[in-house]
Design a binder for this molecule. Structure first.
Ligand SMILES: [Zn+2]
Ligand SMILES: [Zn+2]
Length: 143
C-alpha cells in the first residue's frame, strides 16, 4: 500500500498555506496574458487537486475575482502581506482546487501534462513535448 503523498504550498512570507494529500488530477501550464500578469512571469503553472485532497488551509488571505474567457468566475487567493497567489477556485469546477506549483517550492513536483494558451506564449520560450492548446481546451480537467 502506498502512503498518500502530503504536500504543502505556501506564499513567499509563509503565512498563507494549503496542504494537499494524494496526486493532483492534472498538472498544467498556461501562457495566457492574465497568468502572465498575475505571476509577473512568462506562464502560470498549476496543479488541479480534487477538493477532497485538500487537507487544510491556514493564514490570512485576500481574494481577487475575475471572469475567464469561458465566462466562468475565478477566485484567486493571495497573501495580503507578500502578494503571492497560492491557490484558486473556478465556480464551474466546484470539486477542484488549483494550486500554484511554484508555491510548493519542490523542484521534483510532477511535470505538466499539457500546456494551454500557447497563442500568447513568448516566442523564445521552448516547452516540453506535451499537448499544446492554442487557447483553453474544452475540458479543463479530463476524467
Ligand atoms: Zn505571504
Ligand atoms: Zn492563464
Amino acid at each position: 500500500m502506498t502512503e498518500p503523498v502530503e504536500r504543502e504550498a505556501a506564499c513567499t512570507c509563509g503565512q498563507l498555506r494549503i496542504r494537499t494529500t494524494g496526486a493532483p488530477s492534472i498538472v498544467s501550464s498556461c501562457h495566457c496574458l492574465e497568468c502572465q500578469r498575475r505571476t509577473g512571469s512568462l506562464f502560470g503553472a498549476q496543479a488541479f487537486f480534487p477538493r477532497i485532497g485538500i487537507v487544510a488551509t491556514e493564514g490570512e488571505r485576500s481574494t481577487y475575482r475575475r471572469q475567464a474567457d469561458s465566462g466562468a468566475w475565478l477566485a484567486f487567493h493571495f497573501c495580503p502581506k507578500c502578494g503571492s497567489t497560492v491557490f484558486w477556485e473556478n465556480e464551474r469546477l466546484p470539486d477542484i482546487v488549483s494550486v500554484a506549483i511554484g508555491a510548493f517550492a519542490d523542484p521534483h513536483f510532477p511535470p505538466p501534462v499539457r500546456t494551454v494558451w500557447t497563442r500568447t506564449k513568448h516566442d523564445w520560450l521552448g516547452f516540453p513535448d506535451i499537448p499544446h492548446h492554442p487557447e483553453s481546451p474544452a475540458t479543463l480537467v479530463p476524467r
